[in-house]
Ligand binder design. Structure first.
Ligand SMILES: [Zn+2]
Length: 477
């Protein structure tokens, strides 16, 4: 890095700098919640500091390799036989190479592609139909080889073009190995142990729920599950505020010591704008599973809070100047802006009472959810197939897709809730509180809930203690 050659290096360095800046820019654009103190986008980046870090890293590497290389070299040397031994077998090189054992055949692992059949799988490995028939015969009784799903894992052990063995997983807890020898097949079934590992996570939101949850060690899948558990009480996509906090007990599924997939939310506590919400997963003796608050009431309510998973409120309930009619009107619902084609979910169980084109509303569906409640959905681009007046729908079922039919200035869902025919604000309407579990089940629920509640309380107490100690420390300073 002499200064003498810098003339030729300047353009290249500038190009590299531009590229790095571009990459940084992309990174922060994609992960905006990672950006701190982003109020001043014009602040120059510290290129000098980066250069020093790079230089220090390079120096460290150089020093390390200088120290380590001789050690490696010495270690390697001890494995290599001294030259004098090498020279003797050179006299009979052919024999020497024959004495070397052939490398053992390796399992070749592959995953079923969409639309791929078992014979297609065999063909792609260059394996014969005779082998395929042997494999099918060996598993005929269980039928486990007939049901292939995209993503299923298969492994083949092939030696010199001859199939030695194959293995596959008929379900998440079994692995079948078929060994082929002399035209016969032996079948071995191995049971794989599934294990659920329980975790507890606590987070305080300062920019986004995903950011706080990820700092607490939760996967994205688990955050989505958490949002789903509380969806009747909190819209975690929209209503979370800085300072909100959560404590969650959840599990993961592991198999043979390796992470397999996300498990369930077992218990959760969420402080949203000062209100405390709790959720406990409880399985009734009849096998049905649901979430209940700590007083034993089901979290599920007659209506979802919104019929869209992610949306932005573009117009609220109440009197407003109508953007199309240019006069004051009661806006009898709430407008939720979302891209055209976003699925619309039925807010509750019910029967469709209107499905068709309604002036102003465009494509419109109304559902009579209970004798008292009805919900309406307007401006749909299209209806879900198979729905007509009189169809029964269940809560969460997709009934149509966002559009801008009728009087709409952009793609959005006009959503309304009526009680005895009178429009109410869907965002603030309070649903009647569901009844708690009957006494016998309530007792069972409390017994199972207690230890989880105790764990959550312990975390809360520790967090309070830590923050008190931190503030005492600040005061002492
Ligand atoms: Zn509207």
């Amino acid at each position: 890095m002499t200064r003498g050659t810098s003339d030729t290096r300047v353009p290249r360095r500038q190009a590299m700098r531009r590229k790095t800046q571009r990459m940084h820019h992309h990174f922060y654009q994609r992960y905006t919640e990672w950006m701190h103190g982003s109020d001043d986008p014009a602040a120059p980046m510290h290129w000098k500091r980066e250069r020093w870090i790079l230089a220090a890293a390079a120096l460290t590497l150089t020093v390390l390799s200088a120290l380590v290389m001789p050690v490696w070299a010495r270690a390697m040397k001890s494995d290599v036989p001294p030259p004098s031994y090498v020279q003797i077998p050179l006299a009979v090189p052919v024999l020497a190479s024959q004495e070397q054992p052939a490398p053992p055949a390796q399992w070749q692992i592959m995953h079923v592609q969409p639309g791929q059949t078992l014979s297609g799988l065999f063909e792609s490995r260059g394996l014969s139909f005779a082998d395929l028939k042997l494999a099918l015969d060996a598993t005929k009784k269980s039928g486990t080889l007939h049901d292939l799903h995209p993503g299923d894992e298969f492994a083949f052990l092939v030696d010199n073009g001859v199939l030695q063995a194959m293995r596959f997983d008929p379900d998440s807890t079994h692995r079948v190995t078929l060994r082929f020898a002399h035209g016969a097949v032996t079948r071995q079934v191995q049971t794989r142990t599934l294990e659920r590992r329980v975790h507890i996570a606590h987070g305080v939101i300062n920019s986004s729920l995903f950011g706080a949850a990820s700092r607490a060690g939760m996967s994205e899948a688990m955050v989505v599950k958490l949002a789903d558990v509380f969806k009747y009480d909190i819209d975690l996509a929209r209503e979370v505020r800085t300072g909100d906090s959560f404590t969650v007990i959840y599990d993961d599924v592991w198999r043979d010591g390796a992470y397999l997939h996300a498990g369930n939310i077992l218990a959760a506590e969420f402080y949203n704008r000062g209100h405390r919400f709790t959720a406990f997963r409880f399985q009734k003796p009849d096998g049905s599973i649901a979430y209940y608050s700590d007083d034993g009431r089901p979290l599920q309510k007659a209506l979802l809070r919104t019929p869209l998973k992610f949306s932005r409120i573009s117009s609220r309930f109440g009197m407003r100047m109508d953007p199309i009619l240019h006069s004051m009107h009661l806006h009898a619902g709430v407008d939720l802006a979302a891209p055209t084609g976003t699925p619309i979910h039925a807010a509750g169980n019910g029967v469709i009472s209107i499905r068709g084109w309604v002036r102003g509303y465009g494509r419109y569906i109304r559902i009579r959810d209970t004798p008292a409640y009805s919900t309406g959905y307007g401006h749909m681009s299209r209806f879900a197939p198979g729905l007509h007046v009189g169809s029964h729908v269940v809560q969460g079922q997709i009934i149509g897709y966002v559009g801008q039919t009728g009087w709409a200035t952009g793609p959005h869902l006009h959503y309304e809730v009526r009680i005895h025919g009178r429009p109410v604000n869907p965002l603030t309407v309070t649903m009647p509180k569901p009844k708690p579990l009957p006494p016998k089940l309530l007792a069972m629920f409390k017994t199972r809930m207690q230890p989880m509640m105790a764990r959550i309380d312990t975390v809360d107490a520790n967090v309070r203690l830590a923050s008190r100690m931190a503030s005492d420390h600040l005061q002492a300073d």
